[in-house]
Design a protein around this ligand. Structure first.
Ligand code: GLU
Length: 502
């Protein structure tokens, strides 16, 4: 295991747009950035990209930050913690972007365009009819209303008259744009594939592309680690860095997260597969944040050996972009459940008692913490979520309301009522009731009657729990206590006495 590679110059960022709650894929992006920063002894920054006011969702930023906190992903600089290159919300940096558009306009790398939304629609429609993509590029430009086709005086006149305009990037024709990506190697794209991206919108706000590049530069970002869906945007960003005379940060585009049925894990596919989309849903469902983070770490990365369990600190010591694959990775709920079980088993008992307690209270069960501690001890190996200790084993808290039908059919024999009645009598007569005496009594009775112990064990379990599975029977009896055991056995004899099938 390697230690921190000290490169304090490393600065990475998670740059969510507050257009909704934090998505599970977003948490993976944040996690990889966090791990990369920690591994290198660098800084991890959160920047809120909220220039798109139309898609802005009230409360989304709070949810994103709260979800990161819940997952244990702390950041060194961000909107609520500040830092040396703030503000960390793009809406608060609005005035700053304009000064960087001026040199681009002057050098001819950007231009004003006055096309109305209707004109743009018409252009796209015409292109569609010709079977083309409808890009605004070197060819389209000639037919549109923009500073490259209008006389200079006309441009000035329109600006002076306050006509709405946007500022577009002038993508050079006939060039191949290349960059190195840590995950994909060299990526090359024909500039002809790239349209003249809008940099400043008609409301004066920068687009994502422009603000993102300006901020990554001003915030000293050394590595851009983000989802694969941003790969097609990168050539535009590379051009912008070049035209602004800035160094391009190192790029790493993380592999797609795939649905179990194949294809990108869209919201619709996730819902169809029972995969929660938002981090807050995992939280509400009782997932352990450490388990979720461990699971997410493996969604695109692996340590190169068989080990699967890593705390966040351990991950931060071994994480490397070299071990991030470029093939899409399938989201597997069973694997996540497995992680949750592993972490649940490692949690201190007291911690689990705390987690289970509200569920016990919510059901109105009148038991104390010592009792819950004993139940936790028996159930922790058998559940995925703490609350299942209550929901999967209600028999610890109340007498069974009925008996599993298939179980009765299989386990309740002609002699069961008789055997169980005798067992209840003997339990009542015991001087000390505990695991050992409950077991010895049962075995002695079975032997006397010339039957196998199973002939008692199975129906007794049914009587106590209503079901045919659960923790060891005698441990269960010990936790339930003699009164409950005797009462439940007698009750089953009464209810099932005649249910015998053999
Ligand atoms: N604001 C973009 C998002 O919402 C950030 C993409 C990037 O990291 O550059 O994902």
């Amino acid at each position: 295991m390697s230690d921190t590679l000290v490169d304090a110059s490393v600065r990475v960022r998670f740059a969510p747009s507050p257009t909704g709650f934090l998505h599970i894929g977003g948490l993976r992006t944040a996690l990889y950035n966090y791990l990369f920063a920690r591994r290198h002894g660098g800084r991890f920054i959160v920047r809120i990209e909220d220039t798109d006011r139309e898609r802005y969702v009230e409360g989304a930023e709070d949810d994103i930050l709260a979800s990161l906190r819940w997952a244990g992903i702390t950041y060194d600089e961000g909107p609520d913690v500040g830092g040396p290159v703030g503000p960390y919300r793009q809406s608060e940096r609005r005035d700053l972007y304009r000064q960087y558009i001026q040199p681009l306009l002057e050098a001819g790398h950007a231009y004003y365009a006055f096309d109305t939304p209707e004109e743009l629609d018409a252009m796209r429609e015409e292109a569609r009819q010709r079977g083309e993509a409808g890009k605004y590029d070197a060819t389209t430009r000639l037919r549109m209303k923009n500073a490259l086709t209008l006389p200079e005086a006309e441009v000035q006149r329109r600006l002076d008259a306050g006509e709405p305009y946007v500022v577009r990037l002038r993508v050079p024709a006939g060039e191949v744009i290349s960059f190195h990506d840590h995950v994909r190697g060299t990526v090359s794209i024909d500039a002809g594939e790239v349209d003249d991206q809008v940099l400043i919108k008609s409301d004066g706000m920068p687009t994502y592309h422009f603000a993102n590049v300006v901020d990554d530069h001003l915030m000293g970002i050394t590595h851009v680690i983000r989802g694969e869906e941003w790969l097609p945007s990168t050539p535009k960003h590379v051009l912008l860095y070049r035209f602004l005379g800035w160094e391009v940060p190192q790029m790493a585009h993380l592999p797609l997260i795939l649905s179990p049925t194949g294809g990108k894990l869209s919201k619709r596919k996730a819902e169809a597969a029972g995969i929660p989309v938002f981090v807050k849903d995992y939280r509400a469902q009782g997932y352990d944040p450490e388990a979720l983070v461990n699971f997410l770490a493996f969604l695109g990365w692996n340590p190169g050996d068989e080990r699967e369990l890593f705390t966040l600190d351990e991950l931060a010591r071994v994480f490397s972009l070299d071990r991030v694959g470029n093939a899409g990775v399938q989201f597997n709920m069973d694997k996540l459940a497995w992680y949750n079980q592993q972490y649940l088993r490692q949690r201190p008992v007291e911690d689990l008692v705390e987690a289970v307690w509200p569920h016990v209270r919510a059901q109105g069960y009148e038991v104390d913490r010592d009792y819950v501690r004993a139940v936790v001890g028996l159930m922790r190996e058998r559940v995925t979520f703490p609350q299942e200790i209550v929901t999967e084993a209600p028999y610890f808290f109340e007498d069974p309301a009925g008996y599993d039908e298939a179980g009765v059919k299989k386990r309740w024999k002609a002699d069961s009522a008789d055997l169980l009645a005798a067992y209840a009598d003997r339990l009542e007569a015991l001087e000390t009731f505990d695991e050992a005496t409950a077991e010895a009594t049962l075995r002695a009775l079975a032997e006397e009657r010339g039957v196998g112990a199973g002939r008692l064990i199975h129906p007794v379990r049914l009587a106590l729990s209503g079901v045919t599975y659960g923790p060891g029977l005698f441990e269960l009896m010990h936790v339930l206590g003699r009164d409950a055991c005797v009462r439940r056995i007698r009750r089953a004899v009464e209810v099932l006495g005649s249910a015998a099938t053999a």
